[in-house]
Structures are given as structure tokens and as C-alpha cells.
Design a protein around this ligand. Structure first.
Ligand SMILES: Nc1nc2c(ncn2[C@@H]2O[C@H](COP(=O)(O)OP(=O)(O)OP(=O)(O)O)[C@@H](O)[C@H]2O)c(=O)[nH]1
Ligand SMILES: [Mg+2]
Length: 148
């Protein structure tokens, strides 16, 4: 029996790389466009605007939107010096929560381990280190989700 593809919601600050990761997963050209509203991509990926995390008043909307997902994916840019995710952020969702570190192609090993640490503190139970530019780490993530 084929395993069901998990429906994911991508959460992370603006420019974290959520939309680019969706494009990579769908083998599309990587084209930058700012996400303005919640977008359902290919039926099973919910791409959110960074503002939903950044602005306190939008966080409720994020919780409601996450109800539609099987897995919460916290997206952390390795090159960012800090994180928007509060400690134990996963507890807001009552869903399996994993982390994706993005932009590993332009990050130092120290930046990558710092990003992993942020995601771990936020409650990610598994962490995938990826680059949407090179594709590094993306297959492992897709296997975990049952997409491959
Ligand atoms: N080098 C590199 N750049 C990346 C990678 N992923 C994303 N980017 C770049 O980061 C910028 C922002 O990426 P987006 O995917 O649009 O970010 P987002 O999280 O969707 O941002 P919002 O829609 O504003 O919430 C773009 O210029 C991307 O090309 C990556 O893996 N490596
Ligand atoms: Mg986007």
C-alpha cells in the first residue's frame, strides 16, 4: 500500500526560503516572489508569508491554518543571526514538528549548527539541512514526508 503523502505547513520569517523550497520540491525554476497570502502548493504544501510569524497579530491565523496540515515545518535560514521561533514553539500546534535549515550552500558550518540549535529549542523533532539551490538535503526531507 502506498504511504500517504503528508500535508505540510511551512513556517518561518520572510526570506527564510519557504517558497524556494516549494519550488525545489516541485522541480520548478527558482523564481523569487514575496508570498503575500497563504498559498496551497500542489495540494499538500501550505506556504505562508513570513509576516504570519513576525507579527504577533497574525500568529492566531497561523495556528488556524496549521490545523489543515499533518506536519509543521519550521524553516530557519542558516545565515540569519537569530531566530523568530520561541522556545517550545511546537507546543502551539499539537502536531509533529520538524525543522528545515535552508541556504546551506552559502552558510558556514558554525551557522548551520546554530540554526539547528534554534530549531531544536523550538521543538523540532527532526532537522533537515538543505539548500534549494544545490538540492542538498532535500531528498532526505522528501523521503521523511513520504513524497519519494
Ligand atoms: N543561496 C540560497 N538562497 C536561497 C535558498 N533558498 C532561498 N534562497 C533565496 O532567499 C530569498 C528568499 O527566498 P523565499 O523562498 O522567497 O523566502 P520566503 O521564506 O518564501 O519569504 P516570504 O515569502 O517573504 O515569507 C530568495 O532570494 C531566494 O532565492 C537557498 O537554499 N540558497
Ligand atoms: Mg514565500
Amino acid at each position: 500500500m502506498e504511504e500517504k503523502r503528508k500535508r505540510i505547513i511551512l513556517i518561518g520569517r520572510s526570506t527564510a526560503g519557504k517558497t524556494t523550497l516549494c519550488q525545489r520540491i516541485n522541480q520548478e525554476d527558482l523564481v523569487y516572489h514575496k508570498t503575500q497570502t497563504v498559498q496551497v502548493v500542489n495540494h499538500d504544501m501550505i506556504d505562508t508569508p513570513g509576516e504570519y510569524l513576525e507579527r504577533r497579530s497574525f500568529r492566531g491565523a497561523l495556528m488556524v491554518t496549521a490545523v489543515e496540515a499533518d506536519v509543521v515545518v519550521l524553516v530557519q535560514d542558516a545565515t540569519e543571526g537569530d531566530s523568530m521561533f520561541p522556545p517550545a514553539y511546537h507546543s502551539q500546534f499539537a502536531k509533529p514538528t520538524v525543522g528545515v535549515v535552508t541556504k546551506s550552500d552559502i552558510a558556514t558550518p558554525e551557522q548551520i549548527s546554530r540554526a539547528r540549535k534554534y530549531l531544536k529549542i523550538a521543538g523540532a523533532r527532526e532537522i533537515f539541512v538543505t539548500s534549494s539551490v544545490t538540492g542538498s538535503g532535500v531528498d532526505e526531507f522528501l523521503q521523511f514526508l513520504g513524497y519519494r
